[in-house]
Structure formats: C-alpha cells, structure tokens
Design a protein around this ligand. Structure first.
Ligand code: NAP
Length: 306
C-alpha cells in the first residue's frame, strides 16, 4: 500500500485525484497539505512542511497546486525522500523539471511528470495508426471557455500560469506522444489581454524532420460547444481524436469510445514506476510552449474581465 499525501486541494484534486486514489487498491490518501485546511476526510495541514513534520507516515506526494509553486514543493518532498507525482504542467520552466529529475535520481525516489491527456482512451490507437501511415498534416483545435472551466483561477493569468496553454499543453502532450518523430515550433502568434501576463489565444505552426504541416489553434473564449480535437491526414486516410482524446475515428468510423479513465491510468502508472524504481518526466510538451513564447509574436488584445 502506497500512502499518499496531496498538496493543494483545488478543482483537480477534488474532481480527479481524490476519487482516483480512493479507487486504486494499491493507494491510500492519508493527509493533505492545504492553505485553506480543506476538509476531505483525512488530516489537513497548513503546509507541506507541517504535513511532513506532524502528519502520518507518507510514501508519496501528489502536487496539485498551480505550476508557479510546483518546484519549491517538489524539492521539499524529494528531499524528504518521498515519491512525487507532478500535476501538469510539471513546472513553470523546463529547467525546473530537469532539476527535479536530477534530485529524484540523487534521492533514489520516483518522479512522475503526469500528462493526463496521454491516458485518454483513444491515444494508444492513434499512436499505432500514425506509426503505420504516412502523415501529411496535423491540426489541433483546442477551444474552451475559461470562465466555465477555470472560474476564479487568477494564477492562470499570471506569469508562469500559461493562460490558454494551460489546456493547450494537454493537446501538445498528446501530439508529442503520438507523433513518430520529434516535433518543433516554427512560428507562433500569441494574443495577450492588456491587463494580464498570459495569452488568451495562440496559433502555432510546427513541423518535424519529414516536413509534416502541424498547426494548433488554442482559444480560451469559446462559448457554446467546446472543442478538443486533433485531426491527422495521411496518404492512407484521416484520423480524428476528439473530446480531448477520448474518442477516435478513422475515416469517419468510430474506433474507441470509452469512459474517462485518465486519472486512474495516471495513478496506476505512478504505482508501477514506484514499484520498478523508475522516474518519468517528459518535458517536451512544456518545451513546445516555451518555444512558442521564444519565437512567437505578441498582440495585445482587449482586457480579460472574468
Ligand atoms: P485550483 O482550483 O486553483 O487549485 C489549486 C489549489 O492549489 C488551490 O485551491 C490551493 O489549495 C493550492 N495552492 C497552493 N498555492 C497556491 C497559489 N500560490 N495560488 C493558488 N492556489 C494555490 O487549480 P486546479 O484547476 O486544481 O489546477 C491545479 C493544477 O492542476 C494546475 O497545474 C492545472 O493545470 C492542473 N490541472 C487542472 C485541471 C482542471 O480541469 N482544473 C485538469 C488537469 C490538470 P489549498 O487551499 O488546499 O492550498
């Protein structure tokens, strides 16, 4: 039994982590570190340090805070020789995550940079299809309503909060998982509201060594139907991953249509990594975002008022 503590009891901890841990017979939630002393049926401590000093014995810690504070809490957890599960994005910078990987290796504990969208039902079948076909284009349409999905999350708009890349990085985590070759950014346009630090919309052009034309449109102001789709054309046909990767169609025919099992899948993987004494911390999705900021042109747009 792996005894888990959670740091940061916000939306994702309540919606996904706590139920996924409860459903996994190999895991037990024994405490939380919560600035607001959230009551989720286990002892709550005001900080990670307090949870480590005064709380029950722990084997692993899941960090569900905003990314800007991820590195410091991860360092504290790793130095205490705990296995660490990082919510996505795994840090505010690529360098932070590399630093954590080195520390985890030094401490001989598991570091898992989780990318929940990679555990969506359609992703393995999409990866196999792309490996077997000659890919020409990939188009990502990731459009959601920030007011509906992220109410009150001011950290998203601050530096390091990623703005529209907070959901967009999920598409990039699928892209880097399913593409047979490394992908890189060639051009980006970022639209940043005049009163915040992070983009509300972004348009990326990417490619790979084969010259595949890859485009991504990320929009945080989509009302009405929400879109989380990736469309791939190949010489042999067309594939569409929709609903964030849960549904896959090839040439218009459904292939996989399964219930959401992303977080149970993530925790199963975390347990396997701990058992095998390994770490997994892929920074490529975060590196694509960083590169979009490096090469992107910026346009100031209307202030964002929630
Ligand atoms: P959230 O609702 O704002 O919750 C974050 C929690 O972290 C807060 O409630 C707070 O909990 C704690 N916290 C610690 N330091 C903080 C700080 N400086 N500012 C704000 N909160 C702080 O955010 P969330 O949606 O759960 O997202 C957390 C992480 O999960 C993000 O990296 C996000 O990308 C990722 N994620 C979110 C979703 C989603 O659908 N929302 C999906 C997948 C992944 P306490 O009061 O308990 O300390």
């Amino acid at each position: 039994m792996i005894r888990v503590g959670i740091v940061g009891v916000g939306k994702i901890a309540r919606d996904q982590h706590i139920p996924a841990i409860a459903a996994d017979p190999g895991l037990e939630l024994v405490a939380v570190a919560s600035r607001s002393h959230a009551d989720v049926g286990v002892p709550a401590f005001g900080s990670l340090e307090e949870m480590l000093d005064q709380g029950p014995e722990l084997d692993a810690i899941a960090l569900c805070t905003p990314p800007q504070v991820r590195w410091q809490t991860a360092v504290t957890a790793l130095r205490a020789s705990k296995h660490v599960f990082l919510e996505k994005p795994p840090g505010a910078t690529v360098g932070e995550v590399r630093d954590l990987s080195a520390l985890a290796a030094e401490q001989d504990v598991t570091l898992f940079a989780s990318w929940h969208s990679r555990f969506a039902a359609g992703v393995p079948a999409a990866k196999a299809w792309l490996a077997a076909n000659t890919i020409r284009t990939v188009d990502i349409q990731w459009r959601e309503d920030v007011r509906r999905w992220h109410p009150g999350q001011t950290w998203i708009w601050e530096a390091g909060g990623l703005g529209v890349f907070d959901p967009g990085i999920n598409a990039l985590s699928i892209l880097t998982e399913i593409m047979p070759r490394e992908v890189f950014v060639t051009d980006a346009r970022l639209q940043v509201p005049e009163n915040v630090q992070s983009p509300v919309a972004a348009h990326l052009a990417m490619t790979d060594i084969d010259g595949t034309a890859i485009t991504a449109d990320f929009d945080f102001l989509q009302t009405g139907p929400q879109t989380w789709d990736i469309t791939v054309t190949a010489d042999e046909g067309m594939l569409r991953l929709s609903s964030g990767g849960a549904i896959i169609e090839i040439d218009g025919k459904p292939v996989v249509q399964a219930a959401d099992a992303e977080y149970p899948g993530l925790y199963k993987r975390f347990g396997q990594l701990i058992g095998a004494g390994k770490s997994e911390a892929d920074v490529r999705p975060l590196a694509l975002v960083a590169d979009a900021f490096l090469v992107g042109t910026r346009e100031l747009v209307k202030a964002f008022i929630e």
